[in-house]
Design a protein around this ligand. Structure first.
Ligand code: NAI
Length: 254
């Protein structure tokens, strides 16, 4: 029998966007615990430094770089800084994103632009930069886009969010197809609702509380419920998994 796959990431460099709060903090911690050196990337570098300290306090390795995913120059600079400090990036968790909640008829053009710029263009620029570098290096890589169940299910009052995440799901397949021959695997995790800053207000309302009661398990999954999917898609265990979108929603949208 051949060796069983390992989910360890020793010797790998992993960059996590939006690592200053919510799921990104968890992703960064999990990757560091699994042996990767982690690049924490977001706009709020003061917050990143707190995450960095916590990771180092647990014996992990992390650095912080400033990143605004909506700006291609900032994306290139962040990868350059990451490479300069830790070497080429093997794994990217393309996580930065924002929510949106109002009816389609009420969404101002500026809000449309901000959501699409962050969730879709931002995810594209980060994956594009990662893909360019991974292909040039010739050693493959992993790009894990954090989409959402909103890529496939209508979230009432979230038309632009829905659109922005549906685009990320298709981007995942398109890039996976183009980069398969270079062993750059592009996948997406589609989480269901997990309590973070992006939706905290919603779940404090009566509407939000009712929504939780409508889920088959009558609960919200927690950040750690994404660990297994993350480690599968970032590790050598997913050699043949590319173009895949993996829903992790605790059954919310079955
Ligand atoms: P969050 O609001 O805590 O985290 C979002 C992160 O993205 C923050 O660190 C924020 O600073 C960063 N970010 C936003 N705009 C940025 C920009 N222009 N440049 C760099 N960083 C930027 O929310 P959460 O929940 O942790 O969201 C993370 C990802 O997971 C998002 O893409 C979100 O759409 C997705 N998601 C979240 C779900 C949930 O229930 N929490 C469900 C499905 C998907």
């Amino acid at each position: 029998m051949t060796e069983l796959p390992t989910f360890r990431l020793d010797g790998k460099v992993a960059l996590v966007t939006g690592a200053s709060s919510g799921l990104g903090v968890r992703f960064a911690n999990v990757l560091a615990k699994s042996g990767a050196s982690v690049v924490l990337a977001a706009r709020r570098t003061d917050k990143l430094r707190e995450v960095e300290k916590a990771i180092e306090g647990e014996g992990g390795k992390a650095i912080s770089v400033a990143l605004d995913v909506t700006n291609s120059r900032s994306v290139t600079d962040a990868f350059q800084a990451a490479e300069g400090a830790l070497g080429p990036v093997d794994i990217v968790v393309n996580n930065a994103g924002m929510g949106q909640s109002n009816r389609a008829i009420d969404i101002p053009e500026t809000e449309y632009e901000t959501v699409m710029d962050t969730n879709t263009k931002g995810a594209f620029l980060v994956a594009q930069e990662a893909g360019r570098r991974m292909i040039a290096r010739g050693k493959g890589g992993r790009i894990v886009n954090i989409a959402s169940v909103a890529a496939f299910e209508v979230l009432p009052g979230g038309a632009v969010y829905n659109m922005s995440k549906a685009a990320v799901a298709m981007m995942t397949r398109a890039m996976a197809r183009e980069w398969a021959r270079y062993d750059v695997n592009v996948t997406a995790i589609c989480p269901g609702f997990i309590l973070t800053d992006i939706n905290r207000e919603l779940f404090e309302t009566d509407y939000g509380k009712k929504q939780i009661q409508s889920y088959p398990r009558r609960r919200l999954p927690v950040e750690a419920d994404l660990d297994g999917a993350l480690l599968l898609l970032c590790s050598d265990a997913s050699r043949a998994i590319t173009g895949t979108t993996l829903t992790v929603d605790d059954g919310q949208y079955i």
